[in-house]
Design a protein. Structure first.
Length: 163
C-alpha cells in the first residue's frame, strides 16, 4: 500500500509526506489516551529554551558528567509502538508547505477523488491517523480526524490541495 501524501496547490513548497515514518516521530500522539486527556498547546521554541535552560542549570550545579547519569525518558516502549494506535497533527505539515497569503482552504482528497474542504484554520486542528493497533491502516495511508475525535474518520486521504 502506498503511504505517500502530496501537499500541493497554492503553497510556496509542494511537499511529499511519508506516513510510514511517523511511527518514529516524537510529535505522534496515542489515540487510546488522546481524547481522554487534557491537552495544553506548547510552543516548540519555548519548550526548547526551557529544556536547554534545565540542561545548563544542571551542568552548572553538578558539572559535566559523561556518560549522562540521567537516562532519557522514552515516551513509548517498543511494545507500545508495535501495538499502539497513533495520529499526528496536520498543522506542522501545512506550516512547512507555507500556504500563500491568498490561500483560504485545504482540500483533503481521498483515493477515489472525493474532496473534503476545510478552512486553513480548521485544517490546522485536524489529526492524521496513521496506525491502528500497531499496523498501517487498511484504507490508508491516513484517516482525517477532528481534534476532539467526534467525527467519523475520513479514510484513504492521498493528497492535500491548498486553495
Amino acid at each position: 500500500m502506498d503511504t505517500i501524501i502530496q501537499v500541493t496547490g497554492n503553497v510556496n513548497f509542494a511537499i511529499t509526506l511519508d506516513a510510514s515514518t511517523w511511527i518514529f516521530d516524537d510529535r505522534k500522539v496515542d489515540l487510546n489516551t488522546y481524547f481522554t486527556e487534557e491537552h495544553i498547546a506548547v510552543d516548540a521554541d519555548e519548550k526548547y529554551v526551557e529544556e536547554a535552560g534545565k540542561f545548563w542549570s544542571r551542568e552548572i550545579m553538578e558539572g559535566a558528567v559523561f556518560p549522562p547519569t540521567l537516562q532519557t525518558e522514552k515516551k513509548y516502549t517498543h511494545k507500545e509502538m508495535r501495538t499502539g494506535t497513533f495520529a499526528i497533527a496536520v498543522a506542522p505539515f501545512l506550516k512547512n508547505a507555507q500556504p500563500k497569503a491568498e490561500a483560504t482552504q485545504a482540500v483533503f482528497i481521498d483515493a477515489q477523488g472525493t474532496e473534503y474542504a476545510y478552512s486553513l484554520e480548521q485544517a490546522n486542528t485536524l489529526l492524521f491517523k496513521f496506525s491502528q493497533d500497531g499496523s498501517m491502516l487498511e484504507n490508508g495511508p491516513v484517516y482525517i480526524l477532528d481534534a476532539d475525535g467526534k467525527n467519523e474518520p475520513i479514510q484513504g486521504i492521498v493528497r492535500i490541495d491548498v486553495r
